[in-house]
Design a protein around this ligand. Sequence first.
Ligand SMILES: Nc1ncnc2c1ncn2[C@@H]1O[C@H](COP(=O)(O)OP(=O)(O)O)[C@@H](O)[C@H]1O
Ligand SMILES: Nc1ccn([C@@H]2O[C@H](COP(=O)(O)OP(=O)(O)O)[C@@H](O)[C@H]2O)c(=O)n1
Length: 419
Amino acid sequence: MARRMMSRLGQWSSYVFAVDFDTNSDPIYFALASKQSERPQVFRNVLADEMCYSLHVQSDDKIERAKFYGGLKKKLSKELPPECTILEMSIFQPNVKDSVIKGYFLKDASKSSATERVLGELLRNDPVYVCSYLCGGEDRQWSQHLWSNTEDGWVEVLEKYCVVPAEKPVHHPSTLNIINYDVFYSFEDAYKVLQQCVDIIPESKAVLELVDQRLKSKEKTDFPVIVIEGLDATGKTTLTESLTEALGATLLKSPPQCLSPWRARFDTEPPLIRRAFYALGNYLTAGQIGQEARQAPVIVDRYWHSTAAYAIATAVGGKLGNLPQAGSEVYGWPGDLLRPSLVLMLSLSSQERMRRLQVRGQDKTMEEEELEANHLFRQKVEEAYQRIEGPACVTVDASPSPDQVLQQVLLLIREKCHL
Ligand SMILES: Nc1ncnc2c1ncn2[C@@H]1O[C@H](COP(=O)(O)OP(=O)(O)O)[C@@H](O)[C@H]1O
Ligand SMILES: Nc1ccn([C@@H]2O[C@H](COP(=O)(O)OP(=O)(O)O)[C@@H](O)[C@H]2O)c(=O)n1
């Protein structure tokens, strides 16, 4: 019954579908209608002779949705014929926060019945909607066919809609569900996620116990708190160590050491759970900062900027321009998280960063294509770093020698923190 209710055109008429055919260009946006529009060729140029399908998750439970969506990609890649391309798709209400339902769009060039068999199986056993797409008639009009399960185990078409073009929304769909899915703006919101995971991820219990024992931090610290941020291999470890020595400071990091046993475990979880783990890490570190900053200045290797910038850059698909505008609430600082006195972001050209990674013995075998995708991702992380406020970060050129970088940073600290 619920499925029938949801599938009615009335229910879907305010929704738009977005399919990411190519990360360098805008998604293709389409909507459903009972009648074909005058510009019917929605998929012109991107679909040739392939059969197409879409799948999206049907569940009201946020954790179940996140877990299932992540697992679905793996399952599809394993079970579908290799000629089947899996593309990301979202269904959303244009510019409405928290309206996104994630899914996949399949382009199937296999001409075999294997795909339909796999999808039929999914429809029978998992919380998914499955649709197929057909292009027919003289003017090559596309239609969407929503599948349904019959009682005797067959799959039938429940409803059929015309696929019509939809306008590009002001906000890219991947920006609509950032709050409380990718970035958490209060301790409670992040805590709740891990609490709901206790049954499916037993390690959550140990993390929550640690978090329950955390030290509470005051808003104001006696000594300055300086955070060092930047992409991997920009020199954070090198700088934080020399800075700690030069200032007689205490060195801390987020996530703190006590979370190390669980970090790899949570890194395998979908963004909702993984990001909640890192968010809680900041509150643990905040407790330690509050304690240590009574006696000496504190240097922190990564903190809130890393948590938010990486989460936003991962969540926002496609181009740099898809990031939420500067000044958006997603770049705000959580009201209940200790604010540092100064945040410095080490910035490096990608060539020099790659050189340092290679010296450290990493990234040697990366494929060209992956490098390119990573380049876009790194640009998004740096841009998000720069848009985060309360405090905003100050960019430091990290290309000179370690000692020159240290001297430059000491000058900045003396100027901004009067140390
Ligand atoms: N200013 C610098 N100039 C040249 N090499 C550096 C500089 N700072 C760090 N490195 C080297 O670059 C690599 C990455 O530095 P590291 O401090 O580990 O970065 P991060 O902690 O940001 O990942 C290390 O091999 C380090 O010795
Ligand atoms: N305070 C922090 C620190 C790291 N992180 C996450 O941890 C990852 C970076 O960790 P890393 O192992 O590359 O860090 P470094 O080795 O560069 O210090 C990023 O994907 C961030 O999402 C975070 O979310 N919050």
